[in-house]
Design a binder for this molecule. Sequence first.
Ligand code: G6D
Length: 338
Amino acid sequence: MECSKLVYGYKDRKEVIEYRLVNDQGNVFRCLNYGAVVTAIEVPDTSGQIENVVLGFNNLKDYMEDSPYFGAIVGRVAGRIKHGRWGKYQLSKNEGQNHIHGGSQNFSQVVWDSEIITGADYIGVLFTHTSPHDDNGYPGNLKVQVRYYWTNDNCWKMEITAVTDETTLFNPTNHTYFNLSGNVKRTILEHTLQISSDTFAETDRDKCPTGRLLFVEGTPFDFRKPVRLGHAIHEQPSGYDTPFKLTSGFIQLFDDGSGRKLTIQTDREAVVVFSTTGMDEEYLVAGENMSSHRGIALETQELPDAVHHPQFQSIVIHPGRTYTYQTEYHFSVEDSLS
Ligand code: G6D
């Protein structure tokens, strides 16, 4: 295993570093200390061709100006908080009347302290960031650590920990968009998706949960068995920007054409699936304009807007404890889904 670092640019005179982690199979994981962004994951298809399976840019300027959270750690709280309101606290409103993804200059837009970490079967990076009291209206100084481990069996393990000195909110996620075809050769419409989820959160027209959890049975939200995304999106033409409540923390994405499979295992309550439907943008990804279905974000987290829905898992954290959240993304190949 080996790790190299290169200077990727500067933000506010702080050095932005790209880490390139290579495992014993020669497969590569790249990340930045800006936003703890995962810039590339390069893994083989069934014929051994190593290609990138995540969406990203190739320069810091694009990450700072255009990024829809490509590869980034998002927080303090991922997703929307209706009216930015939590009890007596008014959080910043950065999407109409609501708060989203932690507000402005959130975790995805700051330069984290970073260092290389190594172990018997992994190489990794530890990122540390302290969000100050009143950051976007949140109380408490919050120290967050993110560890990315890249293992010899092509597993990216992510561990997020936090400690606070005042009761506050915490619901981070990683916002990587996957496309297993390799170097964004095809859209995700030929991928199949499976999610261990019986229910999903109904959302209002601002995409905030109403509090109702609906059964997936008989709806285009039923991914309990693998479903081809092209078929699913035909049934659900507006696509997915949907919080699914997980039953066992298992999610699987598979691309027939390349045989690449991504198996996710998480200890989080939910996954928000964002299919990028209608995302026609000016900026370039892998040499072409960003457009619908060039990637799919699978954001493991607690259900959004939990502060307004006591039936959702609480995202309130207290001083005196370290909170830990884990998600593993395992890449492999298979001729067809068994
Ligand atoms: C999140 O749920 C949201 C989307 O609505 C948003 O557009 C995207 O982040 C950038 O997944």
